[in-house]
Design a protein around this ligand. Structure first.
Ligand SMILES: C[S@@+](CC[C@H](N)C(=O)[O-])C[C@H]1O[C@@H](n2cnc3c(N)ncnc32)[C@H](O)[C@@H]1O
Length: 264
């Protein structure tokens, strides 16, 4: 379906995902032309990138290192200022798109990061935890590469029936929902598990739910607009986001988001 056809309303979507197994990385090759289409298959990732960018603290100095794990097509780039934005992904096609949008790219698995200990000022993990079978190893890598006092920002999908229905069963059929076959619900992430894994790394996280602004989403479905603001939600049952600061030294209390920085 062309973007123009999609723009006409709720009409939905090529069955690209149906020929691949769920969460197959090859889907990102099939959809490589969609990353920056405002009403394309990754439309909601634009809305989430904006909400994620709001949690990134001001760069502590020009060129501070921000690692964007599972960066995809680099949709976070417009929402960052002052950082050296390095995107990590396994998809060559996604990395090529990210590079075209000013992201410095590295092909690697997020569970085995090719960066020195404590190299990063900020680690961002946007819509990646729910795609990986090795969550514990990945969070351990985040803890290793993040400097003391550095910030982790993430968003992901909860392991609930609500999330499976709203983001897979229904969501994959609706404009603005995830591409068909994008998610394996078996990989969805319970917040308490993520909280415990982060705490093991000295990162105490705060979390909140996210939901699209209802009126704007209806406008999107009607083809009247492309962007939809993601609003905080009390419930973590669907998509949720989090922020945490790594403790300053071994044995000290986990860090708090700074008074000047964004908080939840
Ligand atoms: C849903 S997309 C999110 C992209 C981006 N963070 C955003 O929100 O626009 C998930 C991305 O994670 C990447 N990915 C999946 N498993 C990965 C892994 N083990 N290591 C690195 N990247 C991975 C995929 O190639 C894809 O680009």
């Amino acid at each position: 379906m062309s973007t123009a056809a999609r723009s006409s309303g709720v009409g939905r979507r090529p069955s690209i995902g149906s020929v691949r197994s769920r969460n197959d990385l090859g889907q990102y090759d099939d959809l490589a032309g969609e990353w920056w289409e405002p009403r394309g298959e990754f439309a909601a990732l634009h809305w989430l990138a904006e909400a994620r960018g709001r949690l990134v603290p001001p760069a502590p100095h020009e060129g501070a290192l921000l690692l964007d794990l599972g960066c995809g097509g680099g949709l976070l780039a417009p929402h960052l200022t002052g950082y050296r934005h390095v995107g990590v992904d396994l998809s060559e096609t996604a990395l090529a798109v990210a590079s075209d949008h000013g992201v410095e790219t590295v092909r690697a698995d997020v569970a085995d990061l090719p960066f020195d200990d404590e190299a990063a000022d900020v680690v961002v993990a946007g819509e990646i935890f729910e795609h990986i079978p090795h969550l514990s190893a990945t969070v351990a890598e985040i803890g290793r590469v993040l400097r003391p006092g550095g910030t982790l920002v993430f968003d992901t999908i909860n392991d609930t029936r609500f999330a499976r229905i709203s983001l897979v069963t229904l969501g994959e059929r609706l404009a603005g929902g995830p591409p068909r076959g994008c998610h394996d619900p078996g990989l969805f992430v319970a917040p308490e598990r993520l909280r415990a894994l982060c705490a093991e790394q000295g990162i105490e996280v705060r979390m909140r739910g996210l939901r699209p602004a209802a009126g704007q989403y209806l406008g999107f479905l009607a083809g009247r607009r492309s962007s939809v603001r993601m609003l905080p939600a009390r419930s973590l049952a669907g998509v949720y986001q989090g922020i945490g600061v790594k403790a300053s030294a071994a044995g000290t209390a986990p860090g708090e988001p700074s008074a000047e920085g964004p908080t939840l």
